[in-house]
Write a protein that binds this ligand. Structure first.
Ligand SMILES: CC(C)(COP(=O)(O)OP(=O)(O)OC[C@H]1O[C@@H](n2cnc3c(N)ncnc32)[C@H](O)[C@@H]1OP(=O)(O)O)[C@@H](O)C(=O)NCCC(=O)NCCS
Length: 176
């Protein structure tokens, strides 16, 4: 049995330790981390799962990003960047990763977000409906085959193309 709750500031370093355990060393050198620097994760879409001893078993965070047409910063689309998501090795394969992803995708819809993207393994994320985003470019170095998206509303990725950029405080967050 897991208890899932919103991440609080007190959870931050425990979640970071879980990510260190689950990802290869140097995870924060990945280009997706540059999109997170100095940007707050999305409130309500960062969850922590604990086992019945209170030990952290899994965690997920989401960040806001912009997707801007080449050379045009004034007509950007907003999107959620899902991740990191990780489950402690002793609990992998028990469905917790899927639970955290489904729960936050539902939360994202309820908050009014239209689209979610991530950099990850298509064989895993396709089960949630993610597929390759051919027209969306992550900062290098990123394997384009790992840039995946999911529309939270039908057609939400239609016409969305360009470079993924750091969130700008000028952009409006969605209204639920
Ligand atoms: C990826 C991760 C979050 C999945 O969490 P989980 O709780 O183990 O996943 P679930 O129990 O919901 O699903 C397990 C299924 O996903 C599959 N799966 C897990 N990781 C996968 C991957 N990278 N590629 C393809 N399939 C994968 C398992 O084989 C299993 O398949 P099955 O349902 O056919 O048996 C977890 O394995 C993890 O923390 N991995 C290390 C960190 C990581 O890679 N995070 C994702 C970044 S892309």
């Amino acid at each position: 049995m897991f208890t899932i709750s919103q991440e609080t500031p007190d959870d931050w370093w425990e979640v970071e330790s879980l990510y260190d355990l689950c990802f290869a060393p140097g995870r924060d050198a990945l280009s997706s981390y540059r999109l997170r620097d100095d940007v707050r994760p999305v409130k309500g879409l960062c969850l922590v799962a604990r086992d019945d001893q209170g030990v952290i078993a899994g965690a997920i965070r989401h960040w806001p990003v912009r997707i801007c047409p080449e050379g045009d910063d004034s007509h950007c689309f907003r999107a959620l960047l899902l991740g990191p998501v990780a489950v402690h090795p002793t609990h992998q394969g028990e469905g917790l990763g899927g639970l955290l992803i489904y729960q936050t995708l539902g939360g994202a819809r309820a908050l009014g977000w239209e689209r979610v993207m991530l950099v990850g393994d298509a064989p895993y994320y396709s089960r949630f409906g993610f597929s390759k985003l051919a027209d969306v470019v992550m900062p290098p170095p990123t394997n384009p085959d790992r840039v995946l998206g999911l529309a939270l509303y039908p057609g939400a990725w239609g016409g969305v193309a360009g470079q993924v950029s750091k969130w700008s405080p000028d952009m409006a967050l969605p209204q639920a």
